[in-house]
Design a protein around this ligand. Structure first.
Ligand code: FPP
Length: 255
């Protein structure tokens, strides 16, 4: 992927038919930590935000590829509860991306039967960010294809803490018996309550860590890491990750 194409190109003509993917065994849910935008930009002599803008185009390519492959859920880590520590200008830039992304993408997402969702704390997100996401959620809510789930202002520890607090409140209100509490019950208090756990976890940019992303849900996910930074990540590398996943032997603790 040339830097010019990622910076200026919006439409591209990638073709997944030319790749070998057994569509019967694609992962149901893929979770992605889209890392390396800042380093990508800096390595091209650009400001960090140019990396986020280029990364938004990768979101499009990977979402359409996932939809074409028949993946049911693609969860993308777009902004963590820790990302507020970044410079104000960078945070503001990130919060404006949905306003550019959804108007440009919405027709194509609808054509592909994609349903948009958001997972995270809504409270401290700017109104303009929520408005553009909520509009996309509303317009795609009846779509039955790929669920494109943006983790925005998301952190797994916060999600688990909030879930436990809600569960305690329900125990105190007599809605749940302590003796009934098991893993399924706890799962129902998390933001992914109606989604399957990720089968495949992908992280770009060479960092080998989870960074507070879906810690409960990824207990048995297959992990795949690549040195490629998110703006350079493309459908070929995504398919490579799927191929590697298809060759893994998942045992879930058995033999
Ligand atoms: C991490 O890279 C990336 C982010 C914190 C933001 C990811 C967001 C996008 C790719 C765009 C999302 C699009 C929409 C529509 C919401 P980094 O900045 O930490 O990279 P670095 O480790 O190289 O500094």
């Amino acid at each position: 992927m040339s830097v010019l194409k990622r910076l200026f190109g919006w439409k591209s003509n990638w073709n997944i038919e030319s790749h070998q993917v057994d569509k019967r065994s694609v992962p149901t849910h893929v979770a992605v930590v889209m890392d390396g935008n800042g380093r990508w930009a800096q390595s091209h002599g650009l400001p960090r935000v140019a990396g986020h803008h280029a990364g938004m185009k990768t979101v499009r390519e990977i979402a359409i590829t996932a939809s074409n492959l028949g993946i049911k859920v693609l969860t993308l880590y777009a902004f963590s509860t820790e990302n507020w520590k970044r410079p104000k200008d960078e945070v503001e830039f990130l919060m404006k991306l949905p306003q550019e992304f959804f108007p440009k993408m919405i027709d194509e997402l609808i054509e592909n039967n994609v349903q948009i969702r958001m997972m995270g704390i809504r409270d401290n997100l700017p109104k303009h960010t929520l408005e553009s996401i909520d509009q996309a959620i509303e317009r795609t809510k009846n779509n039955t294809g790929l669920i494109l789930n943006f983790a925005l202002n998301y952190g797994a520890r916060k999600e688990i803490t909030d879930g436990i607090l809600d569960l305690i409140a329900d125990v105190q209100a007599g809605k749940v018996e302590i003796a009934q509490i098991n893993e399924d019950v706890i799962g129902n208090y998390l933001l992914t309550r109606d989604l399957p756990d990720p089968d495949l976890f992908i992280r770009t940019s060479g960092e080998i860590r989870l960074s507070n992303f879906m810690l409960w849900q990824c207990a048995y996910s297959e992990l795949w890491f690549t040195d490629v930074c998110w703006p350079d990540f493309d459908s070929n590398q995504f398919i490579e990750a799927i191929n590697k996943y298809q060759n893994r032997n998942r045992r879930f603790g058995g033999i």
